[in-house]
Design a binder for this molecule. Sequence first.
Ligand code: AMP
Ligand code: GLY
Length: 379
Amino acid sequence: MTDHAAVIAFCEAQAIGLVVIGPEAPLVDGLADSLRGAGLSVFGPSRGAARLEGSKGFTKDLCERAGIPTAAYVRVTNQADGLSALDGFGAPVVIKADGLAAGKGVTVAMTMAEAQEAVREIFSGRFGEAGAEAVIEEFLEGEEASFFALTDGSTIVPFGSAQDHKRLGEGDTGPNTGGMGAYSPAPVLTPALQGEAMARILTPTVRAMANEGSAYSGVLYAGLMLTREGPKLIEYNCRFGDPECQVLMMRLESDLVELLLACAQNRLGAIQPPRFAKDVALTVVMAANGYPETPEKGGRIDGIPAAQANGAKVFHAGTTLGIDGVLTANGGRVLNVTGTGRTVAEAQARAYEAVDAIDFPSGFCRRDIGWREVAREQD
Ligand code: AMP
Ligand code: GLY
C-alpha cells in the first residue's frame, strides 16, 4: 500500500472503476491523492483531509477555530512542557500522542503519577514520529458513542451510529483492543442528539475543511462523548471502524457502491440519502488466543455454514483457506459473528447462537457484547 505506483498500475490493468481505501495509514500517506492524480475514482480523504485522524493536534485546533465542542486541550512538543501542562488540568487527565499510534497512543490517567509516566513515555520515542508531539486534554465524563457520516466535501449525510467494546475482558475491563464487538444503532445517540452532533460537530468540520482548502471526502467517523453539556468530539477516524463497519453494513438497505461513487464524484447531493433497517445488528469478535499481544496463528476453524444457517453472518477478518479447503486463523481478530434482531437482546442471542455453532478451539470471544444496552432494555 505504500507503493502508490504499483496500486495505480494494478487499478489501470484491471480497469477498476472505484477504489475504496479502507485503513488510515495509506490515507494519511496520500494514496487517495496519488490515485486521483492518475484519474481514478477514489472513496477516501486526501492526505491533507486525513489529518483529521492523522494529527490529534490538527483536529483540536480546527475545533477551536470552528467553535466545535470538544475537551479543553494544550499541544506540547517536549517532555518539560508536557509535564508542566499537566498541572493546569489535574487528574484525571488524558494524554495523547499526536500521530497514528495503532490505537496505543492514548492514556486516560486517573492519577498525576500515571499522567507524568504517559508524558515521559510519549517523549521517550516509543511511538516514533507519532510521539514527536502530544495533546493533553481535559477528561470528559459521559457515555461514548460512534457516529458516522458520508461526505463529498460539501454535502454531508448521516450514516448511522454504533457502540463498540474496546476492552479485551468482560464488563469492559482489561487492555484496549481494536474492538471486541459492536452494535448498531446506538440507542443512546437519540435522533435529537444525532441532529445536535451533525449541526455542532460534523457539518462545521466539513465546512471548515473545505474553507481551509482541505475538503474532506469519504466517511467521517466521530467518536463522541455524550456529556451533560451535550455531545463533544473525542476524536475523528477517517474510515469506517472495525468492527463498526460490519454492523453498519448489516443494516444498510441502500446500494453502498452508489453512495461511495457519489462521494468520490462529488455528487452526493444528487442521490437519495442512505437508508438503514430499523433492526439492530450486533457483532461478536472471535479472536485468536494470545490476542492482542501474540495471537496464535494457524488454528483450525469449522462450523461456519452451521453458524450462518439461521440468518447470522460471519465476516472473515483474519482467516486463510488452505488448498486442502481447511479454514485457519491468520490474525488477531479472526471472525466477526453478526446477528440481527428487533432488539439488542435479540441480536445478541442470534450472534451468540452462531458463535456456539463455530468450532475454533484456539480462539475466544467476550460473552457480554451489548450488555449495557441489554440491561437498559430490561428496565
Ligand atoms: P482512541 O484510542 O483514540 O480511540 O481513544 C481511546 C479512548 O480514550 C476513547 O475511546 C475514550 O474512551 C478515551 N478518551 C479519549 N479522550 C478522552 C477524554 N478527553 N476524556 C475521557 N476519555 C477520553
Ligand atoms: N473499533 C474502533 C476503530 O476501528 O477505530
